[in-house]
Design a binder for this molecule. Structure first.
Ligand SMILES: O=C(O)CCC(=O)C(=O)O
Ligand SMILES: [Fe+2]
Length: 199
């Protein structure tokens, strides 16, 4: 991917560990339906979500402000390992539960101001294998990769600034998939500093 620092480990977790983690997360995460503002209307997100993180790591997207829920035991342990693997620090995670192949996420970049100018975002996938697609904002071909059970995708510099990504529906899939995107939310005072530097 020209200009973007993206790495992918298809078998980051072994099968037994990935199976156990999938079951634990479906059970212990407080899943909810997030309502999103789209083209002036409020709609239910086509998946379940939870925003989890350190106190103060609140996140604004699609017309909402989400206050973080506390780390669960499995997520706190996983965060430490993801930090080592991707070489970055994370204070929060957006958890996505795709109940079956109809659940999906549309084209977007994770470029909200609280993520800072060149965020590192680490994405762990568990459960049903689904396609993940990148498209350069400048145009050109779509790049598709299969996000396997137990895989780790690190999206670094350039990935959000230059590209959009999506998780399209895959109707034949009946099994659930959990995806975790670990993020670093800039503290509120630092956000102010980042914004005022633009003026
Ligand atoms: O489910 C995925 O693999 C992608 C999730 C995603 O792009 C996000 O949470 O921002
Ligand atoms: Fe994303």
């Amino acid at each position: 991917m020209p200009g973007a620092d993206v790495t992918f480990a298809p078998v980051w977790l072994g099968r037994d560990e990935a199976d156990a983690l999938l079951a634990a997360l479906i059970d212990e995460i407080p899943w909810e339906v997030h309502r999103l503002r789209m083209f002036g209307r409020w709609v239910d997100a086509p998946r379940l979500n939870a925003w989890i993180g350190d106190a103060g790591a609140s996140y604004r997207y699609s017309g909402n402000t989400f206050e973080p829920r506390p780390w669960t035991p499995a997520l706190a342990e996983l965060r430490d390992r993801v930090q080592l693997a991707c070489g970055a620090s994370f204070n929060s995670v957006l958890a996505n539960l795709y109940r079956d192949g109809s659940d999906r996420m549309g084209w977007h970049s994770d470029d909200e101001p609280e993520l800072g100018p060149e965020p590192v975002i680490a994405s762990v996938s568990l459960g049903a294998e689904r396609a993940f697609r990148f498209r350069a904002k400048a145009g050109g071909d779509v790049l598709s990769i299969e996000l396997t059970h137990g895989s780790l995708l690190c999206m670094g510099a350039g990935a959000q600034r230059l590209y959009k990504h999506e998780l399209p529906a895959r109707k034949r899939v009946a099994a659930p998939r959990v995806n975790l995107t670990f993020r670093f939310i800039q503290p509120a005072d630092r956000r102010h500093e980042l914004r005022s530097r633009l003026w």
